[in-house]
Design a protein around this ligand. Structure first.
Ligand SMILES: C[S@@+](CC[C@H](N)C(=O)[O-])C[C@H]1O[C@@H](n2cnc3c(N)ncnc32)[C@H](O)[C@@H]1O
Length: 206
């Protein structure tokens, strides 16, 4: 079973060296964020991405299954007087957010830690609005002196295939620095199919 990032090593998530290998602003630049965007950072940890995202969007929902991570983020938010981040204790196989409420669901170095990837992808599909996007950043599957063990890592193709099988279409594959990849997906919503069907019915009746 994939292990969870140890909260006792939480300071590594905010290490200045990390800015050189996984720069949050460079990554957020790719996502087309604006002042209306509803952004969910699943597996937010100490807020390495939530904090800079909050400067660009309407609202950030920062979710994690480890309460201790959220406490660290809560202290930063208080200190910096940030008003548009909501901190939410998440669950292993579900995401406590309403249907169709999110424009961008973001997961950085989290997907390989999920115990129940299928359920989280189904939840991702539920909470994303029509036209919403799922962004997954994760470790490249290669030997390194840091990061999760090789056996717990997933290749880009494995992640793409899991997402395709669960209602997502790949829009972009790129490098997110020397050690990580970034994958951006569009959600395929059933409601879109239903809307098309209603339109077709209307044309038919007329
Ligand atoms: C390696 S840390 C990355 C933190 C942050 N995204 C970053 O890049 O700094 C992975 C985080 O994902 C969280 N996590 C793992 N499984 C999760 C799940 N099912 N739902 C929400 N968070 C999860 C862990 O608790 C941990 O804080």
């Amino acid at each position: 079973m994939a292990h969870k990032f140890d909260v006792r090593k939480a300071e590594l998530l905010d290490s200045p060296d990390r800015l050189q290998i996984l720069n949050p602003d460079t990554i957020l630049d790719k996502l087309g964020l604006n002042r209306e965007t509803m952004f969910a950072d699943l597996g937010c940890g100490t807020g390495y991405f939530s904090l800079p995202a909050a400067l660009r969007v309407s609202k950030v929902y920062a979710l994690d299954v480890q309460e201790k991570m959220l406490e660290i983020l809560q202290n930063k938010i208080k200190k910096e007087k940030i008003k548009n981040i909501d901190i939410i204790l998440s669950r292993e196989s579900s995401i406590p957010l309403p249907d169709n409420s999110i424009d961008i669901l973001f997961m950085a170095n989290v997907f390989h830690e999920l115990q129940d990837k299928k359920s989280i992808l189904s939840e991702a599909k539920r909470i994303l609005s029509s036209g919403g996007k799922l962004t997954i950043i994760d470790w490249k599957k290669m030997e390194m002196d840091f990061g999760p063990p090789l056996g717990e890592r997933l290749t880009e193709d494995e992640v793409v295939s899991a997402c395709k099988n669960n209602g997502f279409e790949i829009l972009e594959k790129a490098e997110a620095g020397p050690y990580n990849y970034i994958l951006i997906f569009k959600v395929r919503k059933n409601s879109q199919v239903d809307k098309d069907r209603i339109n077709i019915d209307c044309i038919y009746i007329n």
